[in-house]
Design a protein around this ligand. Sequence first.
Ligand code: TMP
Ligand code: ASP
Length: 235
Amino acid sequence: MKRAEQMYEGKAKKVYATDDDSLCIVSYKDDATAFNGKKKGTIEGKGVVNNKMSNYLMSLMEKEGIPTHFVEELSDRDTLVKKVEIIPLEVIVRNVAAGSFSKRFGVEEGTRLLTPTLEFCYKCDQLDDPMCNEYHIIACGWATREDLDRITELTFRVNDFLCRFFAGISVDLIDFKIEFGKTPDGTILLADEISPDTCRLWDAKTHEKLDKDRFRRDLGNVEGAYQEMMKRIFG
Ligand code: TMP
Ligand code: ASP
């Protein structure tokens, strides 16, 4: 499958059409942004890590009955995926308090939550992705009640799977963000990516951060953290 015209360029990926209208190609870049694009940089090799890690996790989840957009890895940075219309929501699960949760609620980073929590943000750069609830989502038509029920069910299954997977490589899954898309026949698929850009991943013993917070917070050894995740997953 070959890339046809570019359909879209996001902050970390480009999306190309293909000669099959139901498929597109995602191409992962090394570009990194934080704070809604206010901070910009490059993380050498990130595109390769995110592409391979996301594909591997999605292919394992498919085996567990979680439907995803993943079709085939074409190269280090390029992947064939099912074409979907992205539901404009960032779906965030938190197992341990960190980031904006800690700030908003005054709960110290690293505090394990009594149950995993779910948050939605409306995907809109101009508005800085505001947090929203299910009533806002249904009232604005971003998703239906049925969509939200399915998204919620799949999201907690993704959390269960990812927690188990990362525990197996001595990593605590603190929180993560996922996105869903809809195919023309209305099927909801896990889309976008699952990577150190979109998850907080802490070493289970030392609590060392192995994710994009190293870039967001200028902690140094950013590339090293991505490569460490790659090494733990693929050996
Ligand atoms: P937060 O604590 O900043 O709200 O982030 C929660 C999780 O979502 C964290 O794992 C990082 C991820 N995330 C994204 O993937 N994209 C974003 O734009 C933001 C703000 C967070
Ligand atoms: N998505 C955010 C941005 O656009 C980055 C992040 O904090 O993950 O800059």
